[in-house]
Design a protein around this ligand. Structure first.
Ligand SMILES: Nc1nc2c(ncn2[C@@H]2O[C@H](COP(=O)(O)OP(=O)(O)OP(=O)(O)O)[C@@H](O)[C@H]2O)c(=O)[nH]1
Ligand SMILES: [Zn+2]
Length: 212
């Protein structure tokens, strides 16, 4: 799945509650992407985008990096169906504590199936399906995300080795395949809630995530 090109579209100042960042916008084209749902034809070219929040000197030593997949329900509305918002805060706090690091916020909402399909998946989960069963029942793969873009962004930022905050081994592998050395995996564990315990259990038992 080759990237035709990855481009930086913007860079600006970005003060936050966690401290001062620079914010970057990146975009990449994927030629002839695989469809994630056989009923929905893939476009000839898929445009992927990601925002990078960068704090401090990221070239002095391998920085802490978090690749965060968009979760409108968690990130904006603080949903307790999942752990996304808490993980976002954990990552920003860790970067602030170290004084340097990168948060890559990417737009593969709902593990790449999109917001509307994720809400349909929620409705199926309310009837007893787990996250994977719900995706499959809607015709999607369990996880439609691709992480090739992120290795390219890190290279554009001049970073060749990272300490990656994640419980998902696929993210580690994708960066390594993309030419970024992952010298350490930092746990992305956050305290569970009764409302997301089953979600976390599914990640651990069926998706190979290193939760807990
Ligand atoms: N399809 C689907 N996507 C979900 C659901 N709940 C959260 N998501 C999406 O899942 C993505 C986050 O993926 P997770 O599996 O929680 O974690 P991860 O990013 O793979 O791994 P970590 O780096 O350890 O956080 C975001 O894109 C969310 O929008 C759900 O019930 N169904
Ligand atoms: Zn979420």
């Amino acid at each position: 799945m080759p990237f035709l090109s990855v481009r930086q579209l913007a860079e600006a100042d970005f003060p936050t509650r966690w401290g001062h960042f620079r914010i970057y916008g990146f975009e990449g084209n994927v030629e002839n992407p695989e469809p994630c749902n056989d009923a929905i034809p893939a476009p000839l070219v898929r445009i992927e985008s990601a925002v990078a929040l960068v704090m401090g000197d990221i070239l002095a030593a391998p920085p802490v990096v978090r690749i965060h997949s968009q979760c409108l329900t968690g990130d904006v509305f603080h949903s307790l169906r999942c752990d996304c918002r808490q993980q976002l805060e954990l990552a920003l706090a860790r970067i602030a504590q170290e004084g340097a690091g990168i948060l890559l916020y990417e737009n593969q909402e709902g593990r790449g199936i999109g917001l509307m399909a994720k809400l349909q998946a929620y409705a199926l989960q309310d009837q007893g399906r787990d996250t994977i069963e719900a995706n499959l029942e809607l015709g999607y793969e369990a996880d439609c995300r691709h992480f090739e873009l992120h290795a390219e962004i890190l290279k554009l930022l001049g970073v060749r080795a990272v300490r990656l905050m994640t419980n998902n081994p696929e993210k580690v592998e994708a960066l390594e395949v993309g030419g970024i050395k992952v010298i350490e995996r930092i746990s992305a564990d956050v305290p569970s809630e009764p409302t997301n315990e089953f979600y976390l259990q599914t990640k651990r038992e069926k998706m190979g995530h290193l939760v807990g």
